[in-house]
Design a binder for this molecule. Structure first.
Ligand code: KIV
Ligand code: ZN
Length: 506
């Protein structure tokens, strides 16, 4: 590997997915992983296999699907975690294990209740085991940003001697300042005796808004891998945003001289939009690189300058990050061929029966909405994929409510295996609650709604909304559902059916 090559380690599916509102089902995770491969990231941290059976299956499926990208699983510095992680990733073309342990006084004393000697021992055992299973091993001293530097040197020397080939330095709580973080990286590279045998990596959180600045400072100080996420998703205020670190490196070659990376920047916008579609989590309008206003020039003075010479107010072109106008606008007169070619342009390759289903949904949406955008199509395709294996489908429903009357719902569900249609009528605490009671009665299950969110994913009065929800059953297991439609009540009912289907398949 060239010395100035910056490896991009994407952790959207692990640190990003840990954030509230960002959970995805297995199909959604695989779709994002495939897009990340197209974007050109070097490593995808696909999840935390020991955390749950669903995480395990998602990581395993991604490991079997990707062709050229390294697929990594996260593991605590524990035998069972590392062995489970290996089982999940072993079929990847390029598997990688990332193991970590807390090294700051706070983490050692209060979280782990371990002495320094025990931490060193656990580091050695974990990395040795990981290396005996897998050729590629990352090691992270968690909360490195608040750890004692001399102790960090000892831990890192131990990890490298045991076989770690990447040492990732997390500023776990986003506490470091850029100069301080750069200082830490240079100190470690200088003082760790075997530092030449490993690549140093950054993992910066954004609690003080410095994640991108700290990652870049780390690179200038000698790190050659950046752990980051699409749209900066991640625990609390998130992680360093992939699109930001990459466009800094690309736009300022005077600072990042001769640095190379494998990212196809023209895929940045598509990847950011896909994450928004899959999770319903929008990026703020003024977000760098991928926000709706990132390339909008509203004021007259700016527009005048732009017309004279784009560079007056533009340091990078929208095209360089893949923001482009839709050439073909789909509407109610568009045919199946136009839809199919549009979907292919968006990166979907659907089977014939899937295209037929999406086409039916497309026609019904086009009756309600004048112009169908790329985002609308994403929602249509996600809906089709989620519903595909479901036994129960919404046949029709009616709801009524008012200030002086109880909310009522009548729901008709069709069993797609028997074609039987079953109906139920209920009153409730609002129309959605009444509809959910009908579904509970028909399907004979009852969970407690622990999350219910509505996001509008496209613009205008005829926008499609995505409803995402989670239910918890008596045994503590949770199931999620998500659906998009221009009709919010319909989206809410279909998302709930999807979650209850999960309960029935469990
Ligand atoms: O923030 C952190 O310290 C982490 C580690 C697991 C790398 O996410
Ligand atoms: Zn993190």
């Amino acid at each position: 590997m060239k010395t100035n090559y910056i490896r991009i380690f994407d952790t959207t599916l692990r640190d990003g997915e840990q954030a509230p509102g960002f959970s995805m089902n297995i199909e959604e995770k695989v779709r994002l992983a495939v897009q990340l491969e197209k974007l050109g990231v070097d490593v995808i941290e696909a999840g935390f296999p020991a955390a749950s059976p669903d995480d395990f299956t998602a990581v395993q499926t991604i490991a079997k699907t990707l062709q050229k990208t390294e697929v990594c699983g996260l593991a605590r510095a524990m035998k069972t975690d590392i062995e489970t992680t290996w089982q999940a990733i072993k079929d990847a073309k390029k598997p990688r294990i990332h193991t970590f342990i807390g090294t700051s006084p706070l983490h050692m004393e209060f979280k782990l209740k371990k002495t320094k000697t025990q931490i060193l021992e656990m580091t050695k055992n974990a990395v040795t085991l990981a290396k005996s299973l897998c050729d590629r091993v990352d090691f992270s001293p968690e909360d490195a940003g608040r750890s004692d530097k001399k102790f960090l040197v000892e831990v890192i020397e131990t990890a490298i001697s045991a076989g770690a080939d990447v040492i990732n330095i997390p500023d776990t709580v986003g506490y470091n300042q850029p100069e301080e973080f750069a200082g830490l990286i240079s100190y470690l590279i200088k003082n760790v005796k075997n530092s030449n045998d490993a690549i140093f990596s950054t993992h910066c959180h954004n609690d003080l808004g410095l994640a991108t600045a700290n990652s870049l400072a780390g690179v200038l100080a000698g790190a050659r891998q950046i752990e980051c996420t699409i749209n900066g998703a991640g625990e609390r205020a998130g992680n360093a945003a992939l699109e930001e670190v990459i466009m800094n490196i690309k736009t300022r070659p005077d600072f990042f001289q001769d640095f190379e990376h494998g990212i196809n920047t023209q895929e940045l916008f598509a990847t950011s939009s896909l994450l928004t579609t899959l999770t319903g989590q929008k990026v703020q309008a003024n977000k760098s690189i991928v926000g709706r206003n990132a390339f909008a020039h509203e004021s007259g003075i700016h527009q005048h300058g732009m017309l004279a010479n784009r560079e007056t107010y533009e340091i990078m072109t929208p095209e360089s990050v893949g923001v482009k106008e839709t050439e073909i606008v789909l509407g109610k007169h568009s045919g199946r061929a136009a839809l199919q070619s549009h979907l292919e342009r968006l990166g979907y390759s659907l089977e014939k029966d899937e295209i037929n289903e999406v086409f039916l949904r497309f026609k019904s949406l086009a009756d309600k909405k004048k112009d169908i955008t790329d985002r609308d199509l994403d929602v249509l395709v996600s809906g089709e994929k989620s519903e595909k294996n479901n036994v129960w489908k919404l046949e029709k429903y009616s709801v009524s409510s008012g200030t002086d009357e109880m909310a009522k719902a009548k729901v008709f569900l069709k069993n797609t295996q028997t074609d039987e249609v079953v109906s139920c009528e209920k009153t409730g605490d609002g129309m959605v609650d009444a509809a959910y009671q009908c579904i509970d009665e028909i399907l004979g299950k009852h969970g407690v709604l622990t999350h219910f969110g509505i996001d509008s994913v496209t613009d205008g009065i005829d926008a499609q909304a995505i409803v995402s929800l989670r239910i918890e059953m008596d045994n503590g297991k949770t199931f999620s559902g998500k659906c998009g439609d221009t009709d919010i009540v319909k989206a809410a009912i279909e998302a709930y059916i999807f979650a209850v289907e999960g309960v029935m398949k469990d």
